[in-house]
Design a protein around this ligand. Sequence first.
Ligand code: ATP
Ligand code: MG
Ligand code: MG
Length: 493
Amino acid sequence: MKSSSSSTTQTATQEKQQNPQTKVSPRTQTKGIDKHIKDYEAIIGIETHVQLSTLTKAFCGCPYNYGAQPNTSICPVCMGLPGALPVLNSKVIEFAVKLGLALNCKLSFNSKFDRKQYFYPDLPKGYQISQFDIPIASNGYVDLDLPVEFGGGHRRFGITRVHMEEDAGKLLHSGNGRYLATLSHLLQVDLNRAGVPLLEIVSEPDMRNGIEAAEYAAEIQRVVRYLGISNGNMQEGSLRCDVNVSIRPIGQSEFGTKVEIKNLNSFSSVNRAIDFEISRQVLLHSQGQGNSIVQETRLWEEGAQKTVTMRKKEGLSDYRYFPEPDLPEVILKKEYVNSIQNSLPELPEMKRRRYENMGLSMQDVLFLANDINGADVKLATNWIMGDIAAYMKNEKVSINDIKLIPRELAELIASIKGGTISGKIGKEIVDPAEIEKMVDKVLSENPNQLEQYRAGKTKIQGYFAGQVMKLSKGKANPGLLNKILQQKLNASS
Ligand SMILES: Nc1ncnc2c1ncn2[C@@H]1O[C@H](COP(=O)(O)OP(=O)(O)OP(=O)(O)O)[C@@H](O)[C@H]1O
Ligand SMILES: [Mg+2]
Ligand SMILES: [Mg+2]
C-alpha cells in the first residue's frame, strides 16, 4: 500500500514481501554448499552513495533533473573543459554536516577536497573531486532494530567515514557490449549527472548476513529522507549501495579477501546478492580454491540472480590522489555546526525509542517509524475520540475489546491521507451505526423478501446484503454489513 509513496520508507522485509518476482533462490545456483556454509562466517561492509537533492550541482550552477534529455544540463565546469573553475555549493557542506551529525560522527573542522584520478568515458575531467585523507565526518554509528520475523534484535553498525564528492556522467550503450565500446556498438555519454553532489558513507565491516546489510541500507535511506537531503530512491540511483563481502573460516580472526558488488537497486537485491556471493565464496573455499577469490568488483545480475566479474579493483595508489588546487579548504565554525545540530529533525532511531516507550510492540514501532511522518497524531486522535469512541459506546465495549490494533489504525489514516481511500469510506469501515440504518431501511422496504427469509429461505440474505451495498454506493464494509444484517435477521425471526 505504501511502497509507491516517495515519502515513505520500508524495511527490507516489507519490500521483499511486495516483490514476489524475487523468489528465485540464488542458492540453487550453488548447490551442495549447505553442508559447508556453517563452517564460515561472512564479513560485510557497505559503501553508500547518496545523491543530494540540492537545487544545483556541487561546483557549478547547473540544475539536475532525473530523466531530463541527455546533455541538456551541462556547462564548462561539469563538462571538465580546460580552464573552467569549480565553485563549491554551500548546501553540500550543510547536508554533509547534517548527515555526519545524524550518523553520530566526529566532524572535521578543517577538511579539504582531493582529486581521485582514473580514466573512464563518463568522467570528462579524468579525475573525480572527492575527499581522501580528511573526510568531513568519521567514526560514527547507526542503530537499528531488525524486524521481528528475523528474530528481532538491536544492532549498532559502525560508520567509518562520510565524505563529499561529485557524481560522474552516465554511459548509454547500444548493442551487445556491456562495459566497453567495441567497434560494432555505440557508446554515448550523458553528462547531466556529472558534478551532481554525493555523500559517500563507508560502513565498518560490521554486518554478518544479507538481512543485516539490507536493514542497514534501509536505515540509511530513512535517515537521509528524514533529514530531507536526498530522495533516497534506489531505482533512480539516488541511493547506491556497493556491498563488500568476504568469508573466513569460523575461529579465524583475520579477514578474507573482499569482493565488491555493484548494481544493487533494491534492498532485496542487496540481500540476495550477498547470499549468492557468500555461497560462491564458500564453495570455492571448501573446494580448496580459496586463492581464486580475488579483490575485484563484481556486478549483480538481477535476471540471472548471480554476481559476475566486472573489473579488477584498482589499488589505492593507482588513483594518485592529491589535494584539489582549485578549491579552498573547508572550515567549519562551531556556531555553524551548533545551528545545524539544533535544526535536526527527530530521526528514525529517536522515533523508534519514543514509540517503544509508549508501550507499542516492536512490530508497530518499526511500522510507524518507517514513515517519515509516522502516524498523523491529530488525525489519529480525531478517529479515536470520534468514530472509535462512538462505536465503543454503541457496542458497549472498551478499547481493549475492539479488534483495531495501532498498526491498522495507522494504515487506515495513511491511506486516507495519501488519498488511496476517501475519508468517507474510511469512516464507514468503522462506523456500524450508518450501516445499521441502511440495513433497517432495506429490511423495512422489502417485507415480502423478509417473509420468505422467515419461512426458511435463508439464501435471501445475500439479496439484502446486495441492497444495502447498493444503498451505500459500495462503501459499506462487507464484513460489518453481514454481521449487522445477520444480527437484525436473527432478531426479527
Ligand atoms: N575483508 C573485508 N570483508 C568485507 N568487507 C570489508 C573488508 N575489508 C573492508 N571491508 C569494507 O569494504 C568497504 C571499503 O570501502 P572503501 O570506500 O574504504 O574502499 P574501496 O571500496 O576500496 O574504495 P572505492 O571507494 O574506490 O570503491 C568498507 O565498507 C569496509 O568496511
Ligand atoms: Mg568501493
Ligand atoms: Mg568507497
